[in-house]
Design a protein around this ligand. Sequence first.
Ligand code: GDP
Length: 310
Amino acid sequence: MFNSLSDRLTSTFKNLRTRGRLSEADIDATVREIRRALLDADVAVPVVREFTAAVRERALSSEVSGALNPAQQVVKIVNEELVDILGGATRPLTLAKTPPTVIMLAGLQGAGKTTLAGKLAHALKGQGHTPLLVAADLQRPNAVTQLSVVAERAGVPVFAPHPGNTSEADDPAADAPLIGDPVGVARDGVAYAKERQHDVVIVDTAGRLGIDQVLMQQAADIRAAVNPDEVLFVIDAMIGQDAVNTAKAFADGVDFTGVVLSKLDGDARGGAALSVAKVTGRPIMFASTGEKLTDFEVFHPDRMASRILD
Ligand code: GDP
């Protein structure tokens, strides 16, 4: 991810390095190259516009710092603006004052929600939490089984409606509503977690291939029923230009609190990653970088910006 963008920006800055002083024309030429590099990386047009305007203005006002030459100064400005569009500071997970912390996952089918549920549960378990996964994705016949497999791999229990209840088969969880009522499953899953003193509940929800009002209403109903501390919108970083519309639709539909970028290990151009925080005003909180349980990290805007400009 970002390889091509990273190369383009680096070579732009390399050209600047030989200059002693930067004229307005030099800065304009540089900003034009940055604009082209971002657009070619599929970054959303309004984000590119705002980004390049900010870089240009700051470069022209020549924020003088004795220690940096003009080229380094431009790199510093671009770095800071990248951190800004990526959401600024690292945003940690909100934990409920009174457990359980309820985390709901939302996103399109195939975005990586179920995979993320396992990774998040695994990471939280490693920190001493006692997560429970709740299978409220009843859309795909296989989803409940898939979550049960993921839960088993992560070594955490799953609350699922019949017949996918594998890890706690002889439990009261077997009283969960039958397939067909995802809102009921989500609500009962949270109640079950309280009863069993799980301190974190991760609710996996259904996604479809495209934006769909019925799906969005279902996610909104689940949100209303379980009153989550976090609603994480999982987005496939490979989906390119569609990312912005998808993210906006989910921001309106379920009012998510944070973004998880999945498939950051892919070779897509990275525009989705660079657009989503800015266009939705919600922070990117985690990155998913592969299919293994441990391919998961807290998202740090500053580290990502440095990686792009490396
Ligand atoms: P869901 O429909 O949103 O629950 O998506 P899944 O979790 O089932 O993921 C869809 C596909 O993407 C599966 O084949 C996953 O193994 C794969 N996947 C999920 N996250 C990642 C990731 O970070 N990197 C890669 N390479 N594949 C991923």
